[in-house]
Design a protein around this ligand. Structure first.
Ligand code: OAD
Ligand code: ZN
Length: 293
């Protein structure tokens, strides 16, 4: 399977001489695990199973529920203070550098990330390629009147133990990460209305480090042409949306099903998988030079 993937990518690299190559990468929390950022749904290490007990929430997901937040900011502010990444020492992973390498080779048209750790930016990937589907910590808004302010200031204040409020109406400040019950950022909604043009024209889709448990993100994999190969890189999950007891059903795919002609499951650690791909493509030195710097 890995052989097939690298052969296909080799062809894309050759094709690049003649025309555009458009790879789209869709990622989730799993790509930042090796940076020390825990994911959500891994058994024992995921935050839903591991970090929510002390809050006595109705369900772990209530930590990121907008109605719950409006009624009580305490648990989320405590979570920001004690658990939420990025911390200043958090560095991009091998997988982040791999995405940056694809971008430098002009083969990457878009990254759809569910992550809010901003490690894509830190890896040097240009902001215009990154679509932060679940929002960002870089800005913050009043949960009441929506007036926006600087997210880093809000984070700093929460981490100092303050309860940052809106200067206009006194409502609670919430970092602009997407909570359950909230809409996607406007930029993402506009893309969705336009039928996700980069997915529609994509030559290869790489899905990594996500359980595909959350919609609408999970359904983006269905927007690529029927002939486009889809590679799914994951340590534990097969992308059925079931990584543990907390999941909702995820997207449709053909990994491991009969009639499959284009979906490839590469099971394993995402850093290792892309290191192997780079080795086979002769890109290893380039990848390693990024990791060192
Ligand atoms: P999940 O925790 O649901 O899934 C992470 C996936 O990465 C799991 O399937 C892991 O098995 C896998 N994984 C972990 N470490 C890995 C590694 N080193 N290599 C390869 N795979 C690895 O996280 P997401 O899919 O990102 O949303 O979760 C989606 C959304 O659910 C989040 O954005 C967040 C959460 O609720 C909101 O809060 C709105
Ligand atoms: Zn306000």
């Amino acid at each position: 399977d890995l052989d097939g993937v690298t052969q296909f990518m080799e062809k894309l690299e050759q094709k690049k001489e003649r025309k555009d190559v458009r790879i789209v990468v869709m990622v989730g929390a799993g790509i930042s695990v090796s940076a020390g950022v825990p994911d959500f749904r891994s058994m024992t290490t995921g935050i839903y199973q591991n970090k929510m007990d002390k809050y006595s929430l109705p369900t772990p997901q209530h930590m990121f529920d907008i109605d719950y937040f409006i009624s009580d900011q305490g648990p989320f502010y405590d979570f920001v203070k004690t658990e939420l990444y990025p911390k200043s020492s958090t560095l991009p992973t091998v997988f982040h550098h791999f995405m940056n390498l694809l971008q430098e080779k002009k083969m990457l048209s878009r990254i759809y990330t569910q992550n809010i750790d901003m490690l894509e930016r830190l890896a040097g990937i240009p902001q215009e390629i990154i679509c932060e589907v679940h929002g960002t910590l870089s800005t913050s808004s009043c949960a009441n009147c929506k007036k926006q302010c600087d997210g880093f200031t809000t984070m700093r204040r929460i981490r100092k133990g303050e309860k940052p409020t809106c200067e206009k109406c006194g409502g609670p400040q919430k970092p602009d990460i997407v909570f359950f019950g909230e809409k996607m950022p406007r930029k993402v909604q506009e893309q969705m209305k336009l039928d996700m043009p980069d997915l529609k024209k994509c030559d290869l889709l790489i899905v990594a480090g996500t359980s595909l448990a959350v919609q609408p993100f999970a359904s983006f994999i269905d927007a690529v042409p029927r002939s486009t190969p889809r590679i799914f890189i994951n340590r534990d999950s097969d992308g059925s949306g079931r990584n543990g007891e907390y999941d909702d059903p995820g997207g449709q795919h053909l990994w491991g099903k009969c009639g499959n002609y284009r979906d490839v499951l590469l099971r394993g650690d995402c850093d290792k998988v892309v290191t192997n791909i780079c080795r086979d493509l002769g890109w290893l030195a380039e990848l390693q030079s990024k990791i060192k710097t």
